[in-house]
Design a protein around this ligand. Structure first.
Ligand code: SAH
Length: 364
């Protein structure tokens, strides 16, 4: 299937408005997911350890210059304690996510990664935005296993408009990702769906880039307008032809998840919080039944979580880690799937068949 997915097919799928045809594609992706990565859903504990940010992305509620939000960076002890909660729940991975906080000392972060790796069996994923390759090399040497760095959109003009370049830095995320793989990281990226002026051609190119980069992880969520961001404000005044309706954003996100699975059959693909927020009753499950095989329960202490507002009314905002994990586990069982054990590394073709039949699979 991977080779068979042509640009025309991708474009047709993205333009499809008849639910029964869209559902056919989602079911096909679900079958490929079962065959290639099995029924287990991997839990990644998310720690939103800092909402400080040096960037001014037009879509994000954490952008620098938003004076009214109370900024925080958790201490190493707080972060390690949150990671240990993840170990107690049996998570195989902890994701350290934050704003792009260039006041953070890369050596401090390396020490933190080293401590978590020494104290837990978990894989560590870093999701802290664009940093010089030396910083990424330092964190890799400290034991970080994976990187999450969404390229957000493959349309360079749109990306530049919504993600103004940092002073003295030109690096585009799409170019940084292969270098991170060369350092030995498993690489994750992804996009937002339904950005103003984003077209189905843009989204088709996103899928082609997922395939070209041979991504290990692919995170896709609907764009959720934040009213206190420049993009959120502009949207209120925008002409209707550049707008996506919330329903269309959600629907096309399922199709993007399905296409990501068909283009990259062995990738780890989360059913994202943005999907769970866009459709509180069914978003999470729908994502998991059209290609996704990962969810990310939130381990951030509640006092910080409400301040990590990349978009408003985020799902699970007020739930303790335990409630969040129990709810997700129940949802996983309700759709006939199982909770994954181990680190949930990206599998490679030769190991996948064994894994699907229940025998232990060799990690990457
Ligand atoms: N600072 C890190 C982590 C950002 S938060 C980085 O820049 O990589 C993780 C992801 O949340 C982003 O990559 C983006 O895709 C998503 N996100 C941010 N604002 C959003 C919004 N308003 N709606 C939906 N997703 C959003």
């Amino acid at each position: 299937m991977r080779g068979e997915l042509t640009r025309r097919q991708i474009l047709d799928a993205l333009s499809e408005t008849r639910l029964e045809y869209a559902e056919k594609l989602w079911r096909k992706a679900d079958a490929v997911r079962r065959e290639k990565v099995g029924d287990a859903i991997h839990l990644r504990g998310l720690i939103e350890f800092s909402n400080r940010c040096s960037r001014r992305c037009l879509y994000c509620g954490l952008a620098a210059g938003r004076g009214e939000i109370e900024r925080y960076r958790m201490t190493s002890t707080e972060i390690i304690n949150a990671a240990l909660v993840g170990v107690r729940y049996g998570f195989g991975t902890v994701v350290l996510q934050g704003g792009e906080d260039h006041d953070m000392d890369p050596d401090w972060f390396a020490d933190l990664i080293r401590a978590i790796k020494a104290m837990t069996p978990m894989a560590v994923t870093v999701s802290v935005g664009e940093w010089p390759t030396e910083a990424y090399a330092l964190w890799r040497a400290a034991g970080a296993d994976r990187v999450l760095l969404r390229f957000e959109t493959s349309n360079p003009d749109l990306f530049r408009r919504i993600h103004p370049a940092a002073p003295n830095r030109t690096g585009r995320r799409i170019e940084l990702l292969p270098r991170l793989r060369d350092m030995g990281y498993q690489i994750g990226s992804g996009v937002m769906v339904g950005l103003p002026t984003q077209t189905v051609e843009d989204l088709a190119s996103d899928v082609e880039i997922f395939r070209e980069l041979d991504l290990d992880m692919i995170g896709i969520g609907p764009y959720m307008p934040h009213p206190d961001t420049p993009l959120g404000v502009a949207l209120k005044r925008a002409p209707t032809d550049v707008l996506w309706s919330p329903a269309r954003r959600e629907y096309v996100t399922y199709t993007m998840v399905a296409l990501a699975r068909l283009a990259c059959p062995e990738a780890n693909i989360p059913s994202t919080s943005a999907l769970a927020t866009a459709n509180r009753s069914k978003g999470r499950e729908r994502g998991l039944t059209c290609g996704a095989n990962v969810v990310m329960p939130n381990l951030t202490p509640l006092e910080y979580r409400r301040r990590y507002e990349i978009y408003p009314d985020k799902a699970c905002i007020g739930e303790e880690a335990e409630t969040c994990t129990m709810c997700l586990t129940a949802r996983i069982h309700a759709i006939g799937r199982t909770v994954g054990t181990g680190r949930g590394d990206r599998l490679r073709a030769e190991t996948v068949v064994e894994h699907a039949s229940g025998a232990p699979a060799t990690a990457l």
